[in-house]
Design a protein. Structure first.
Lengths: 420, 420
């Protein structure tokens, strides 16, 4: 085993740390009510990028002063590589000079990017089959086009929040005994996903190869696509999920770059049939990443991102197939990551067979998520002597609120998702 | 009949003019390569709002200098009413003083708003039934929830373009004899819709009544939701339309305000069953608007917006039902507007019964749209001695381009949809 590179930040060298010098994920943070600023996670610290740039330690063309990372991402792949190299030098064990490091424990983490649009895919064959059985029966479980194209739908970007933001149980229209009723969701679920962040624009009419799409991906976050299964069952045909997925989507605060994941690149699930040329990839497009989720601290499932049938690059290439333009800050959800067995599933719907087989959480039975439950997602890649971790992606469920809630007025606080 | 108010701009007083002083729709224009600026259409002229503000004729808090109308819209309903009143005074027949008026014929019209997100609904019962028969047969034509909720899906905002922008026929994955093939769309269609522009933010967790939603709508545009029916048929189950609707959506350049449409408020289609309380409206939510479309100049269909089953306010209330936050610049497509007979349908799919019954256009048979065809949408309300028109919403189809098209590089032109 080669000796891994070490950092001058001692906590980054502790085995099992999510943020060693090999990782260097980007985020946006604030301390003590100050304006949000850009940072890189290193051990239990955050390197203040805006301060680094102000002190002449890094050069990002002033983009680290912007409230989100979009402007930095817009500088392009060559700059991303240059910044990774500069950060590695700055944070290496043998580097000298003071650095603007902030304890992560005292910082507030914000949404790292201004999400342009959100697209959610459906790329685990196990998940697509299991959910298909529950919604449509075993004969129509896997849609006929599923092994030929990455099926996706446009999600809602305005309700994307950062890890730690409480999620309110939604109200909605739900099928009752004698017609639809307006009620609080009773089948609240999570979906364990990765989210790919698009790092370059494409033009309307421009159609990308898988290789070109790969070059456009800046990095990845964890993504919990909270789902109201009873609202979904009533609303989703024929135009797809809508309000059942619109009440909140949680992402992790640190963007793990494609560069940090490069050593873990691997192939995905075996192909059932050849893909059309526009979806064929010249290199493996997935990563050997352990992913899993917890409920109230108990590990519920663990699997690997490499069970997926389509990579983010294939999804992005397909997305541009019609000539649809992509923009920096577009977020592509991988689809729920599920392995074949129940303890590898990324959603309670699958794990409990549609609520019929309860699971035990800290000694109590559960089918779907109850008020007060906290769901955490995690993901990491194991390198030689280091781990590339994503940090937590957490959300706790608040009880539903009945009735209309009207909060307009000039004194409305600016919500997190609207900053810049 | 009362004598209608007249304008000092003579062309605005000509019978049948789309833009009399009763209309005053907002847009963004440029002349001779200058930067886009805000304007109001009056007769065959555009009142330059930025120039008006610079000259002290109007006060919009400097927002008329922004490249899109979002900042002005953000000022809120009271300011919208005040500006309408100030514009009416400024443009009245008896007003004096020079005005910065620009001939519309020499101006380039741009997207009037920065579209935050695009949601498309499905609110004509005739259309939902007709299309349902074609996609799923008569037994499952109208989904069971259709008369209980405004079904909608998230569309793609990045491919929304202004009237006049050519639309490239998309390539896509299409079901063939022996499996899917990659080919140019052969069943290219239009969808005649209105688009409502959301004029205020709502908060995450905030749920609006229909009346509150009504107060949040700034105005309306025409919207052509171009659709690739063969791509759609293969991709759309179970998650809804995706690339079949992502290659382009055309909107008209002038936002007709809710205030201008107020005299034409009327009820929509008769209810099949009572709605749940959160969707019930205290006042009629539709408008008596003649709408129609042309192909290569020939009128193909004409109907009325009041055939719709759900209003934009009901759609917006439903959209916030789960607590989904809305943002200024969100665009809500009404859904295809179709009356019961073929010459009242807003899509060729319906008009030709899925391509089985060709129609005649300028003497030649047509099922779907051919390369070079130009589709125009129109809409107007007839007042007493004046007409509130939307102006044209036009798009011409360019032939498909095979192969990948990669246009990246630092010399890429900034496309229309990306300006601020």
């Amino acid at each position: 085993m080669t000796t891994p590179l070490r950092s001058r930040v001692a906590s980054a060298n502790v085995p099992g740390c999510d943020f060693p010098i090999q990782n260097l994920p980007y985020g946006v943070f604030s301390t003590g009510g100050t304006a949000p600023r850009r940072g890189v996670a290193i051990g239990d610290r955050i390197l203040d990028l805006a301060a680094c740039e102000a002190q002449g330690l890094l050069d990002a063309g002033g983009t680290f002063a912007a409230p989100r990372l979009n402007d930095f991402i817009a500088l392009g792949r060559v700059k991303w590589a240059g910044m990774r190299s500069a950060l590695t030098t700055l944070l290496a064990e043998d580097a000298a000079g003071a650095l603007p490091l902030v304890p992560m424990a005292g910082a507030t983490l914000h949404l790292p990017i201004r999400v342009s649009e959100f697209t959610d895919f459906y790329a685990s064959k196990n998940h697509a089959f299991n959910v298909g059985v529950l919604f449509r029966g075993p004969d129509n479980a896997l849609p006929p086009q599923w092994t030929h194209m990455p099926i996706g739908y446009n999600g809602r970007a305005s309700s994307i929040v950062v890890s730690g933001t409480p999620i309110r149980r939604p109200m909605g229209q739900i099928r009752g005994e004698s017609g639809p009723e307006w009620m609080a969701c009773r089948r609240l679920d999570l979906e364990l996903e990765l989210g790919a962040i698009v790092g370059a624009d494409s033009r309307m009419g421009e159609r990308l190869t898988v290789e070109e799409a790969e070059e456009m991906i800046f990095g990845y976050v964890l993504l919990n696509d909270w789902s109201a299964r009873d609202i979904q069952a009533w609303e989703y045909q024929p135009l797809g999920p809508f309000q059942s997925k619109a009440f909140g989507t949680t992402i992790s605060p640190w963007i793990v770059t494609q560069a940090a994941l490069e050593p873990f690149r691997c192939a995905g699930a075996e192909r059932v049939n050849p893909l059309l040329p526009y979806l064929q990839e010249k290199q493996p497009g997935l990563y050997d990443l352990t992913v899993g989720w917890t409920m109230n601290g108990q590990v519920m499932a663990r699997t690997n991102y490499n069970v997926m049938y389509y990579s983010s690059a294939q999804q992005l290439a397909h997305h541009t197939g019609s000539g649809c333009p992509m923009r920096i800050g577009d977020l592509l959800g991988s689809g729920t990551i599920s392995g074949p067995s129940p303890d590898q599933t990324g959603a309670l719907l699958e794990m409990t067979e549609g609520g019929k087989e309860p699971v035990t959480v800290n000694g109590a039975p559960r089918t779907f998520i109850q008020d007060g439950d906290e769901i955490g997602l995690h993901a990491f890649a194991e390198g030689e002597g280091y781990r590339i971790g994503f940090g937590p992606c957490i959300g706790r469920i608040l009880p539903a609120e009945e009735g209309a809630r009207h909060l307009t007025g000039t004194d409305k606080p600016v919500p997190e998702h609207e900053i810049a």
